[in-house]
Design a protein around this ligand. Structure first.
Ligand code: GCW
Length: 656
């Protein structure tokens, strides 16, 4: 089949006035035409072509420029045409000569998904950009116009599926009432090449229909899921499948009935298989056992390799604990050769300063792909940072993370530099061609160094999980909530004492290193070869341990915190210098947030160093600023959970 759509048609489409629900385009090809009409000046033909052997997957596309100047985009699918159109717009915006537009692009993964942790009451777990963009209450009768914009933003970076609701899933999402809302959303998302998925609560049969059990081997339970899945597909014929958090942090699961994760996943997979649906089963499990939390997911899942149905994919967080500012990769990756796996990355900045701190995450994800071979994965999911705020991602610069996630889900080998350059040209600068090189270079360096800066002022050298309890904003390495699980307390992770600091996961300690392939196990196990960025993840090192810089560990720690503070201070003049070149809506909010970030960076440095010095009993080295307040003052700081900014300059006024 060959269908050519020309821009003239697209202009007609685009000129229908403010597009209400009814006049929105109906297929990805229409969306592509419309997008080109609005963003690309030349003539473009969009042709479905199923005969091109280089276009090996449906979303792949080819872009060629004909002799007459017309550009031709071909793909086996309408969605591929949309991705090709977006490629063209990207290339055009970045000032590339149209001769360079020619490309064959095949996405690395057929599953490039966003996971929304959106609750049905409109709140968003770990969301820092307002309430749920879905506006569940208004559905199905009214669909927020923001959703169309969001869908286009997703399509423009190649995302092709969305899990609509929180993994801590309410059973109600599968009720008839909510399925009608889900259907309305799926109808809106479909033309943008976005498939709809749902998180499901494993106890749904019991919770929704009062079955006496949710045991996956129970015949009635299986029937219930079969019928429920049929009902879902009646509403959404191209429904993608289920995402499941089971037996994790209090969620129900198959282990409640003495069954394994494979039993649970396979039961759902059996219901979905006739419709072509999949199960994404999360590996984020840990119990309050004595075993090192970093080892538990591996211990639970590795023995199940080969037991899962073919349409089950194990969804694994990038690191073995939980989206910390820096973690080594999870050793489950690559350890289950008979089980498809996908990576779960967190775009929302739960552990990276929420939507107050600038942290461009492409370098962090790039580091993950240095260890995990992209080709070993079947898909990739990102926990969304989107809400109904005017700035959809809460921090104007956090849009770069949504962008980076999509681009890396398409091609994990794209460099952070390239992604930062693309995003700034498309979204940050008014007229990119006019921006002086010095400004561009300043912004590029700021973005590329921003994640490392956050690591430095929060948790350098492999420290992790020393956040304030609950909301995870700000430092609380001393936190001790009586009666709470030890593995939810920072001390469990930093283990500072008179001798040193860090979690001994070596062969002499918890032996978490044994879960890594031999080549890495040896490197991580030996304090002399362990990369210093992971030092305190794997070792309980003496305060006087000699670092490669020649400094003691204590001094190095102090300098790292100080370096993080300096880096953020340095972002402020860079941002000010860029002011004349920025699009509207960027300068003021980011300038204000950088001030908060600079203040928070000092808070982290001072609180952590004062606290750790009670163990090291060593002085701050010269060059590290003297803390403004006392440790006991910092220990009294209590941040209200829903208010992370304040006008006052004094931390103690703000946060107590
Ligand atoms: O990071 C932790 C978060 C929880 C989250 C959980 C998970 C959705 O603090 O809020 O729950 O991970 O990934 O399941």
């Amino acid at each position: 089949m060959k269908v050519a759509v020309y821009i003239v048609f697209a202009i007609l489409l685009a000129s229908c006035g403010n597009p209400g629900v009814a006049s929105r385009p109906g297929s990805p090809q229409d969306v592509a035409a419309r997008y080109l009409a609005e963003n690309y000046p030349g003539r473009v033909a969009l042709d479905i072509d199923t005969s091109d052997s280089e276009l090996a997957t449906p979303d792949a596309f080819r872009v060629v420029r004909g002799g007459d100047g017309e550009v031709r985009v071909t793909s086996p699918s309408a969605a591929g045409l949309l991705y090709g159109a977006c490629h063209l717009v990207r290339m055009h915006a970045s000032g590339a000569d149209s001769a360079d537009f020619d490309a064959v692009e095949v996405p690395a993964y057929s599953l490039r998904l966003l996971n929304h942790w959106d609750n049905l009451d409109g709140t968003v777990e770990r969301g820092y950009a307002g309430r749920s963009i879905w506006r569940w209450d208004a559905l199905p009768d009214s669909v927020s116009p923001d959703i169309y914009d969001y869908a286009m933003r997703c399509a423009a970076v190649g995302i092709n599926g969305i899990v609509l609701n929180n993994v801590n899933a309410s059973p109600r999402v599968l009720s008839a009432e909510y399925l009608s809302k889900v259907r309305a959303l799926a109808d809106v998302l479909r033309p943008y090449g976005l498939r709809t998925y749902l998180s499901v609560n494993f106890a749904s049969p019991a919770a929704l229909d009062s079955l006496p059990t949710a045991d996956p081997l129970d015949r009635d339970v299986r029937r219930w899921w079969d019928a429920k899945v049929d009902e879902v597909y009646d509403s959404v014929p191209d429904f993608g499948g289920f995402l499941v958090k089971a037996n994790s942090e209090g969620q129900p699961g198959p282990c409640d009935y003495g069954r394994s994760h494979a039993d649970g996943a396979n039961m759902l997979a059996g219901a979905l298989a006739p419709h072509g649906g999949i199960v994404m089963w999360r590996a984020f499990v840990y119990s309050a056992s004595d075993a090192d939390r970093a080892k538990q997911a591996y211990q639970e899942f590795e023995p199940l390799d080969g037991d899962f149905a073919p349409n089950v994919i194990l969804q694994i967080k990038n690191g073995p604990v939980d989206f910390q500012p820096r973690e080594p990769y999870s050793p489950l990756f690559g350890a289950m050769p008979h089980t498809p796996q996908m990576a779960e990355l967190q775009i929302t900045q739960e552990y990276l300063g929420h939507s107050n701190h600038l942290a461009f995450l492409a370098p962090m994800w790039n580091e993950f792909f240095q260890y995990v071979e992209p080709g070993s994965l079947s898909g990739i999911a990102g926990v969304s940072n989107v809400g109904d705020n005017a700035c959809m991602t809460g921090h104007p610069m956090a849009d770069a993370n949504l962008y980076a996630f999509g681009r890396m889900a398409w091609n994990p080998r794209l460099t952070p530099e390239r992604i930062a350059d693309e995003w700034t040209v498309l979204h940050l600068y008014g007229d990119a061609a006019a921006v002086p090189d010095s400004v561009k270079e300043g912004i590029r360096r700021m973005m590329l160094s921003s994640h490392e800066a956050v690591v430095d002022y929060m948790m350098p050298l492999g420290l992790h999980h020393i956040f304030a309890f609950g909301h995870h904003y700000g430092p609380e390495p001393w936190c001790d909530v009586p009666g709470s699980r030890p593995d939810w307390m920072p001390r469990y992770y930093h283990r500072a004492d008179r001798a040193g600091i860090g979690f001994d996961r070596t062969s002499h300690g918890s032996n978490a290193v044994e879960q890594y392939p031999d080549s890495l196990r040896c490197v991580f196990d030996d304090i002399a070869t362990c990369p210093e960025k992971f030092l305190l993840w794997f070792h309980h090192a003496p305060w006087t341990h000699r670092m490669s810089s020649g400094r003691t560990l204590w001094d190095e720690l102090c300098f790292a915190y100080q370096r993080g503070v300096r880096a953020v201070d340095g972002f402020i003049p860079v941002w000010d210098a860029a002011r004349p070149w920025l699009k509207d809506g960027f300068y003021e909010p980011v300038a204000a947030k950088l001030k908060v970030q600079a203040k928070d960076a000092r808070w982290w440095r001072d609180a952590c160093l004062l606290y750790f010095s009670t163990f090291s009993r060593m002085p701050l080295p010269e060059g590290v600023e003297v803390p403004e307040h006392s440790l006991s003052d910092y220990m009294r700081v209590k941040l209200p959970i829903d208010n992370y900014t304040c006008p006052s300059d004094s931390l103690l006024d703000c946060y107590r």
